[in-house]
Design a protein around this ligand. Sequence first.
Ligand SMILES: [Zn+2]
Ligand SMILES: [Zn+2]
Length: 173
Amino acid sequence: MPEIGDIKRGIEIGRKGNRHYFIFIECPECHKTRWISTQLYKKLQNNGLCHMCEIHNRKITPIMERFMSKVQKTDDCWIWIGSHNNHGYGKMMYPRKGEFIYAHRLSYILHKGEIPDGLLVLHKCDNPLCVNPSHLFLGTQLDNVHDAIHKGRLDPSKCGKLALGIKHLFQRG
Ligand SMILES: [Zn+2]
Ligand SMILES: [Zn+2]
């Protein structure tokens, strides 16, 4: 019986004491190697991820799961069925208890990546409850106003204060 430590990675099993068999495995994520008992190995639900990678994965997976559990996909829009604010935008508690993020912004982060500072996540489909990443795009506040006028959400002639704001933005370039 070979000693633990001089067995080829991932293939052989070594024995320690009378009952405990060990297997040499490699973490599929970070490629760190370690010995674990075959009993434990059989129970592993995580394909042999090491402790650190498992913790890391746990942090990432639940947020995606939590998010998707509140999404009803249609052929077109993905409708947010979680809670929403007074303006009809979906929201979710994230990243901490008591803090909220807009569902469409979270969708953008989860599916497409970081939102640069100062940019908004806008809807191509003009449906505030939609979180379909392919309907989301980044824009400035000015883009948002243009978009709103273009899609008929806003009538600038009836909205003096906003029209002034737009004028101001145009002057700034
Ligand atoms: Zn690892
Ligand atoms: Zn949509």
